[in-house]
Design a protein around this ligand. Structure first.
Ligand code: DON
Length: 562
């Protein structure tokens, strides 16, 4: 080796090391923030808190609480949520499970009549449909444990919106049209959302003084300000007076659970996603394992989409059979996410023919559709990340508000399998693993997710009930193949969930060639009249340090980089 080449080598090594350090520093801190949520007023609430010195976790609480006000049809204090966090300073991931739980007086057969017939109305409408809310406890937990500001500071934008009023979005108005009949039965809800028994208009100002008071008590006293005291009393009295079964003890005993997120890999992409009681992470990991056995980028369009559908079919079969609240049933997650298991599933996939769902052992039925929920994504300048999906389940949840609280209760009890083989509001099936039991969390599809690779980071998720998982899967694959945040939210969607045995798709999801390529294989295709989901994504590309925030063109949201 000559002296010059030795020096050049050393200089090269120093440069490489310096580049690595810069890359690592970059990986830790983008120096700018991105927020994408389903409503510009909520995105602005997050920014307000960032400007006040808050971190991504504070901003997430502000966005979350504001969404609960301006998107009353989708989520809020009466619902539940999953917060997926990445704490940059500790290089640590946490999943905060603030899912609703069944009240202590809930029983496995509570939605069956004397003849054993399912009464799905009771699991969808009114106080019996409502699980004990977890969302407020989640907001307090995330603020106290991970935030820099106080709960009162983080709730301030939401309180202002509830107190001063906000104009209802077209989505809120659509939800109100759908919920009118239910609301007639429960006047407190109607008083706010159908004033004078009239439909609201876009120019109206919706003021929610009761909700503002509830939020203020919560801001002042934290968890105790919702789960005990005056708010708890009003919630319990209101539900019981309308035929519900909640008790003060149910509220007092509610606990947030921190869980290890699910981790999976797809080639050199790392996926961090929601563990049970979400079915999302396990199903996504399983589908990616199945797909990793194909060179899907090289398959023609129809074959590629066929293989995707077959992976979906198999993952949703397992969802119905095995998944439920891990605090109640043993969930065979390691097995379902094992590459050998996926290899076994792959062996039953033919490239030329659809597998009929009935030919796979599973849980079998008896049918409904799109509900409400919301997802948002946050990245702060220090590299902290948050992905949150939060819900009250159906449009305006149970359509029921305990008087004096301003809180719309969820109808998350419908996410349980109310009887084996009785499809829920999303046509999802389930059995013992997801049967109702006191204190149990209903199985969810909400899948807040992080993606990581040498390229950078993506923070994503969406509402959409059973379709959440397949939307997150497809946008994850798209990111792996180079898609931007805007591409990911705009991607045309298709979905299969084992039962019913058909592929639902948005116009444009399949090309003119792909449609016959799929039908000839035996797939039943059904074009959906309704758009799928409302995805919100923040991405950070290391190359050029580019942060992007994108909100689904199907919705009314806003992604911004600050
Ligand atoms: O937790 C779940 O899976 C459902 N409650 C989510 C509902 C939903 O995403 C409705 N969206 N349109």
């Amino acid at each position: 080796m000559t002296r010059t080449s030795g020096l050049a080598m050393r200089a090269g090594m120093i440069l490489a090391f310096a580049t690595l350090l810069v890359a690592q520093a970059l990986a830790a801190a983008p120096g700018k923030a991105g927020i994408a949520s389903a409503d510009p007023r909520a995105t602005a609430a997050g920014y307000e808190v960032l400007q006040a010195g808050g971190n991504a976790f504070d901003a997430a609480v502000a966005v979350s609480a504001a969404l609960g006000v301006v998107e009353p049809q989708s989520s809020g204090m009466g619902g539940g949520s999953f917060f997926l966090l990445y704490i940059a300073a500790e290089d640590r991931y946490v999943f905060v499970d603030a899912r609703e739980i069944a009240p202590a007086a809930a029983t496995r057969d509570m939605y069956l009549d004397e003849d054993g017939n399912a009464n799905t109305r009771a699991s969808l409408n009114g106080p019996l449909a409502a699980g004990i809310p977890g969302h407020p406890a989640g907001l307090a937990h995330v603020t106290d444990r991970y935030g820099k500001l106080s709960l009162a500071q983080n709730l301030e934008p939401a309180i202002r919106l509830a107190e001063n009023g906000y104009t209802p979005s077209v989505r809120t108005l659509l939800g109100l049209r759908m919920r009118r009949r239910t609301a007639e039965a429960w006047p407190a809800f109607g008083d706010v959302f159908y004033p004078g028994d009239e439909m609201l208009e876009e120019s109206d100002l919706v003021r929610q003084p009761d909700l503002a008071t509830t939020l203020r008590r919560f801001a002042a006293d934290g968890v105790d300000g919702f789960y005990r005291g005056e708010t708890a009393r009003l919630l319990v009295e209101g539900t019981r007076a309308a035929g519900g079964i909640w008790t003060l003890a149910d509220l007092e005993q509610y606990k947030v659970v921190e869980r290890e997120p699910v981790r999976a890999t797809y080639r050199d992409m790392r996926v961090i996603s929601a563990p049970p009681p979400s079915s999302g992470g396990i199903a996504i990991a399983n589908m990616l394992n199945i797909l990793a056995g194909y060179d899907i980028a090289r398959l023609d369009g129809a074959t590629r989409k066929h293989v995707l559908v077959e992976a979906m079919r198999r993952a949703y079969r397992d969802r119905a059979l095995y998944l439920g609240d891990p605090d109640f049933v043993s969930v065979p997650g390691d097995r379902l996410m094992h590459p050998h298991y996926a290899a076994g599933q792959r062996a039953s996939i033919r490239l030329d023919k659809a597998t009929a769902s009935v030919s796979l052992p599973g849980i079998w039925p008896a049918g409904a559709e799109a509900r409400q929920t919301t997802h948002f994504s946050v990245l702060d300048a220090d590299g902290n990340r948050v992905a949150v999906t939060q819900t009250i389940n159906g449009w305006f949840g149970a359509g029921f508000m305990p008087p004096g609280t301003g809180v719309i209760l969820n109808n998350e009890m419908d996410d349980f399998a109310i009887a084996p083989g009785v499809p829920n509001g999303f046509d999802l099936l389930g059995g013992f693993a997801n049967a109702v039991a006191p204190g149990k969390r209903p199985l969810s599809s909400m899948s807040p997710t992080f993606l990581e690779s040498d390229r950078g980071i993506a923070i994503l998720g969406t509402p959409g009930g059973s379709r959440i998982i397949t939307m997150v899967l497809r946008s994850s694959l798209a990111w792996y193949e180079g898609a931007s945040a805007a591409d990911m939210v705009a991607l045309k969607r298709f979905h299969h969930q084992f039962y019913p045995d058909r592929v639902n798709y948005e116009p444009g999801a399949f090309t003119d060639e792909e449609i016959p390529g799929l039908t000839e294989r035996g797939h039943q295709l059904r074009e959906s009249r309704r758009a799928f989901g409302n995805m919100n994504v923040v991405t950070w590309d290391f190359d050029g340090n580019v942060v992007e925030a994108a909100s689904d063109p199907r919705g009314l949201g806003e992604g911004r980089v600050y």
